[in-house]
Write a new protein. Structure first.
Length: 378
């Protein structure tokens, strides 16, 4: 998400971009249903989990990439005007920005990816795993590129790490004797059990009543939410705490559907006359908050490297900050440089997983990153 958006923003800001992504791309030409059913991503554990794209992300796309905004709506995404739930409250300027995008994540990402692939100054390399960083020698080494699984070095003026929650850059820097990259983490105390549904033809949209699109609530012993998706789909997510093992039976469809029928407001959505399930129950644990600090009092631990998105900071997904913050980071990174306007800066690149930098070979005499399995140190 952050890598794609950075590639879009930086290429449109006048830079050349290489996007390195270990997973395969979206199926060519498929509609939303085909994309959702057939696009397998092992690189993003939460790929099929429900996502709300909140006001910040919607506004950034509307203002900075209006073509992507339009393409999302054309692909079947919906805008949910949250300000309508303000009931009798007096409207204020800016309330109109309190709108979210309802869309399944694979469909959202496929639209963003197609926009990136259409940019002439982006070289998207799928199936490309980054295994290390290329460092220049010296007392305070500069990151000069990314090392691929086959040992190839892709050089860069700036390397953007958009490799998500499991980013390895902190470990690579530590192995090279750099850092430390301070990290703070905490468990979010919940497990996601999600199931996507398709509303039956001819059935009107069920009523919804609260902020962020659907029936949602916290019963004290579990939380739940309905996420409105594209093309008359929705997802029910039930979130018990990991320590209450009895709730693990929610991974079984019968138990999930029984629980759903008892959740306030949910039966109006999941009743068999209203909607049909289109996935099994999708469990996801290990949900954490984390922030990594690549700056010390002496400055950046790795000049030439810019971590963004979840690689830098990830937050409790129930707040739905992550995707929008990734877009925010991307559009900040992609601001055109002052004085350069939209002109191309030769040799810069963005890599998904992810990096931005020049495609020229590293200058001789620089210490390069290692081949697969070796250490950056020494
Ligand atoms: C259960 C759950 C629910 C969520 N719900 C929401 C929500 O409702 N709203 C919201 O805004 N956010 C939500 N989030 C957060 C959101 O998913 C993330 O914030 C967002 O995906 C971050 O984007 P990213 O690009 O930084 O990382 P990712 O989306 O994880 O992308 C990382 C990319 O890097 C690639 N990669 C990784 N390692 C390498 C490598 N070595 N070489 C090459 N490529 C590599 C991966 O294949 C992947 O494409 C949720 C998160 C979870 C866990």
């Amino acid at each position: 998400m952050a890598g794609l958006a950075t590639a879009l923003a930086t290429s449109r800001g006048g830079h050349e971009v290489v996007l390195l992504e270990r997973d395969a791309g979206a199926p060519a030409g498929g509609d939303a249903a085909q994309v959702f059913e057939s696009w397998q991503r092992t690189g993003v554990a939460q790929f099929q989990q429900p996502h709300n794209f909140v006001g910040l992300g919607r506004r950034l796309l509307r203002d900075r990439a209006p073509d992507v905004s339009c393409d999302l709506l054309a692909a079947g995404a919906v805008e949910v005007e949250q300000f309508r739930f303000l009931a009798g409250a007096t409207r204020q300027l800016g309330d109109e920005n309190l709108a979210t995008i309802g869309c399944r994540r694979p469909v959202f990402e496929a639209v963003l990816r197609r926009a990136v692939e259409a940019e002439p100054s982006v070289d998207v390399r799928a199936g490309c795993r980054v295994t290390g960083l290329a460092l220049a020698g010296g007392r305070s080494p500069q990151v000069e590129g990314a090392v691929l699984a086959g040992g190839e070095v892709v050089a860069a003026d700036l390397v953007v790490d958009a490799s998500g929650r499991s980013s390895r850059t902190a470990a690579w820097l530590t192995a090279a004797g750099l850092g430390p990259v301070a990290e703070r983490t905490s468990s979010c105390g919940l497990i996601y059990y999600s199931r996507h549904f398709q509303l039956r033809d001819g059935v009107p949209d069920p009523p919804y009543a609260s902020v962020l699109a659907g029936p949602r609530g916290d019963l004290g012993y579990l939380a739940y939410a309905v996420f409105v998706g594209d093309n008359r789909t929705f997802c029910l997510c039930i979130m018990p705490p990991p320590w209450d093992r009895e709730f693990r039976s929610l991974r079984h469809p019968d138990a999930f559907m029984r629980a759903a029928s008892h959740l306030p407001g949910v039966a109006a959505w999941t009743d068999g006359d209203v909607a049909l399930p289109i996935t099994p129950v999708l469990p996801m644990g290990q949900v954490t908050n984390a922030v990594r600090r690549y700056m010390t009092i002496a400055g950046s631990v790795a000049p030439g490297l810019q971590p963004i998105g979840d690689a830098l900071c990830h937050t409790n997904p129930t707040f739905a900050f992550g995707a929008s913050l990734s877009l925010h980071h991307a559009f900040k990174a992609g601001r055109p440089s002052r004085g350069r306007g939209r002109s191309r800066q030769s040799g810069s690149a963005v890599r998904r997983g992810g990096r931005r930098g020049s495609r020229a070979p590293l200058p001789g005499g620089h210490r390069r990153g290692p081949g697969p399995g070796s250490s950056l140190a020494g």
